[in-house]
Design a protein around this ligand. Sequence first.
Ligand code: CA
Length: 619
Amino acid sequence: MKRCRILLILLAVCSVSVFPEDKLTGTVIGSELSVDYNNTSAPSRTVNTRDMAFDGDMNTCFASWDRSYTWVGLDLGEPYIITRVGWSPRNDGVGPQRVQLGVFEGASRADFMDAIPLYIITEQGVIGRMDYADINCTRGFRYVRYVGPSNARCNIAEIEFYGRRGTGDNSHLPQLTNLPTVSIHTVNNQEPYDKVNDIESYISIVSNGGRQLLQDTAYTRLRGNASMSFPKKPYRIKFEHKHNVLGAPANAKKWTLINNYGDKTLMRNQLAFELSRRLGMPYTPFCTYVDVVLNGEYKGCYQLCDQVQVQKQRVNITEMSPRDNSGVALTGGYLIEADAHANEEKSMFRSLKGTGVTIKSPDEDSITAEQKSYIKTHYDKMESDWRKYLDLNTFLRHFLVGEVSGNTDTYWSVFFYKHRGNDTVFTGPVWDFDLAFENDSRTYPINDKSDYVYRSGGSTTGYMRQLADNVVINNAEGKAMLLSIWAEAREKGLTEEYMLDYIDKQAQLLSESQRLNFIRWPIMNQTVHRNPRIWGSYEAEVKNVKNYIKRRIAWMDKKLGYTYVPPVAALDDIESADTGKPYQVYSLTGQYMGDNITSLATGVYILRQGSAACKVLIP
Ligand code: CA
């Protein structure tokens, strides 16, 4: 009886180990050259070879000659659905940390161009121990590999793959975190290196909890200005076909991957775009958080955003052709940018008042001399006679986004557009907020200043500061419009509570990805770009933004002469409030009285806590 039970248990154990998965074997593939650490670190084909990642010996390892983008894997001969991966670090002092952020990939092509990341190692390894991770992937791959993290020389003692034979389907593919995973593979592992040369690529995006896959041939290059100089690079991707990438409104080929290197909250652009939506800009760029992997190497948390270009659901103006050289056809549409970096661009002009302006559309390859001359002349007219040619509505909404967010770059780079058959120049979209929300040492702390950011230390280009002064400061009509736009946005829900809640939601969404990002880029305790202070943790960085926005909305109310009336219409009874929690006190007419009741005169007041409000009697 006893023996039977033991037999049954043994059978159960056996069935687990042979079905449904097997430890897979195949032809070992990978980076060819290894490094011989014992021989002046010379290149080798006999020592620390890739076979040593599959020899079952924890004391031997594969160590590649090149420092980054090196890998080792298996050609399984036919597709297998991978169910589990295992790894063990090299047996030496730096071995354990050199597996952290290592990525496993599966591909149908021998060159791994169509590879999907299966797993990212998030912790350091333990010498002499195999670690395992289950893989939830329904698609079979013939080629599987482990790509070492940056600057690790792959350095891996053992790799194991488990799985079952089958081609499977795309019904579920892995994401590295809760965010969509954007995986870029380039021909010959080339790294994008400038803003001009497109690197032939293949891009796979897994999203919607692993249930959605977008794959297409694409081109990848760098983008940006200051942001391009950071080690975490921003990319411009261009698909061969148009896609509504990740549910974006625009069906388009070109998209941007914003690196947010100096923004340690990784959310400043998204917050500003939310302000843009709340302040009623006609078009706010689409933007969503993603994880980016380039040739199997984890690059960090990015924002996948619209390319600012002429397109339906983007800057929706008539796209010009080189034949549009006279009459109404010559009048638009144009997309231009008053841009401090304009002199680095091929297609640009300098206005009579000294503003460098880049012409974005028509693009530099197709614009005609007539078109260039027309838009320059028209821009000059706008700068000298803005009352006639500048659309105040978009200019002022754009201004408010810049000031509420505390963007020191508002007038360093400004997009404008012009429709065909209409003399008005419109401002927008808003763009580039990595220095906003209290992230610039030149203006920190913004809320302590009595004047607008753009007048107290912000960067401006050409005539932009004077133009803003003309419209916003020295113009009664502009001031009145600002107040009415602000009042409308406030009444429609642009409140402190709303923004704080929005920030909390972003932080929650980013929590897994930001952790990986700051392992990849350990800058939390460094001053990067123009950081005014080191806050020391992701949570403290987010708190800084929250503290800023709390004060900023009140600052804007005061500056614009707006009184926020809390929603008290439904209040009748005098209640006792819990003054242990933070609160704000208002008079019955809605005037802000401060955040403390102790010094107030006797009377009835309105006390707000978060979205709740009640009447209180101060005896
Ligand atoms: Ca080994």
